[in-house]
Structures are given as structure tokens and as C-alpha cells.
Design a protein around this ligand. Structure first.
Ligand code: IMP
Length: 200
């Protein structure tokens, strides 16, 4: 049985990723509660840079295969904000409610409410190989928050083809369409291949 460490402390992400990777033969996924690791400064200017920073730093610190991920919301009418600053849009410490309030304020007089979630997943194995995959979910920002599920901007995000926000969907239903599902789903194929070749 090979072990892969999930390189995040975000409980919302951990729950989603654990469901997305369930049932992979020969692999066990560990979290920071089983293998603690240091906080990684997210100094990159893109999701890709931050995903790579986390995968490398946590992989080098623990010596384990690491699956890291960086994600956020991009709003074209705001020049791509909150973007890589999604977690800390309204400042430190991370506060999802304040982030959502700020986003609504910035969009108060804006009709173009298109938005997309982007996730970049980076898998690093101890011999230094790195595998990357991206996933995108397009939708719009609602005028008021609804729903109690999910995390982050979920109460404000209505995916294309849906009337409900992501926070009104079950974790399972969010996981069928989300940006994270697309990124992690693609990495799932890589994990299966690495197990079959004995590289993992
Ligand atoms: P990260 O932990 O640096 O990747 O920051 C992710 C931030 O982007 C979170 O704190 C949320 O604010 C936002 N975000 C990323 N993915 C999602 C999602 O699936 N739903 C809602 N917000 C998300």
C-alpha cells in the first residue's frame, strides 16, 4: 500500500478530495493530522506557482508523495480578482463571510457577474517527478448568499446550467461538476498509472 499526503489543511478541500480519490486500489491518503507539515507561504502569482510551491515544500519536508492544490475564484469584471488572493481577499485571518461580503460590495453596481473557479493540482513523488492538472468551473456570482454546504465562495457561486449555488448542493453533487473534481480527476489517472508502473 503506497501512501500519499494531502498537502492542505483546509477541511472543506480535504473532504472533497477524499471523496474524489476514494476506491483507488493500492493507495492510502494521509492528512496533516497524521503527518504534520509546516505552513507554506503562498508567494506565487498564479495558481500553478502556488500549487507547485506547496507540493515541493511539503514533499521535501516529509519525504512523502504529496498531492497539493491551489484554487480560487476569478471574476472578469474585477480584472480576475480575487484570483490567487481568494482565501485572503478581505485580509487576515481567512474569513469566508468577510470575503463574500467584499465580493458582493465590489460587484454591487456590476451587471456582468460571470465568474469561474480554477483549481490546479500538483502531485510530487519523492524522486522529484511532478504531475500537474487544471480544472475550471464556469458560472456567475449571485446577488445574495444561499446554502450552508461547501466552503469559501460556494454560497455565492451559481454554476452554469444550475439555479442553485454550490453551497446548496450536496458534497457529492458539487464533486460531480467542480473545478476540483476536474483537476483531481485528471490526477487520479496519473496516480493509477504510477501504481501500475511501481513508481508509487
Ligand atoms: P487556497 O487554499 O490557497 O487554494 O485558497 C483557496 C481559496 O479559494 C479558499 O479559501 C476559497 O476562498 C476559494 N475557493 C477555492 N475553491 C473553492 C471552492 O470549491 N468553493 C468555494 N471557494 C473556493
Amino acid at each position: 500500500m503506497s501512501r500519499v499526503l494531502l498537502g492542505t489543511r483546509n477541511d472543506g478541500k480535504i473532504a472533497e478530495v477524499q471523496e474524489l480519490l476514494a476506491g483507488l486500489a493500492g493507495l492510502e491518503f494521509l492528512t496533516s493530522s497524521q503527518v504534520p507539515f509546516s505552513q507554506v507561504e503562498e508567494t506565487g502569482t498564479t495558481f500553478l506557482e502556488n500549487a507547485l510551491l506547496k507540493a515541493r515544500a511539503i514533499g521535501e519536508e516529509t519525504g512523502l508523495p504529496v498531492l497539493a492544490e491551489d484554487a480560487g475564484l476569478e471574476v472578469p469584471a474585477l480584472g480576475g480578482d480575487p484570483g490567487v488572493r481568494s482565501a485572503r481577499y478581505a485580509g487576515e485571518p481567512v474569513d469566508y463571510g468577510k470575503n463574500n461580503e467584499l465580493l458582493l460590495r465590489r460587484l454591487a453596481a456590476v451587471d456582468d457577474r460571470r465568474a469561474r473557479f480554477v483549481a490546479v493540482a500538483a502531485l510530487r513523488i519523492p524522486d522529484g517527478q511532478i504531475f500537474v492538472a487544471t480544472g475550471v468551473l464556469c458560472g456567475r456570482v449571485a446577488r445574495v448568499p444561499s446554502g450552508a454546504g461547501g466552503f469559501g465562495y460556494d454560497p455565492l457561486f451559481v454554476p452554469n446550467g444550475e439555479e442553485r449555488t454550490l453551497a446548496e448542493l450536496s458534497l457529492h453533487n458539487k464533486n460531480q461538476i467542480s473545478h476540483r473534481r476536474r483537476a483531481i480527476g485528471r490526477i487520479r489517472w496519473v496516480l493509477e498509472d504510477l501504481v501500475s508502473t511501481g513508481e508509487l
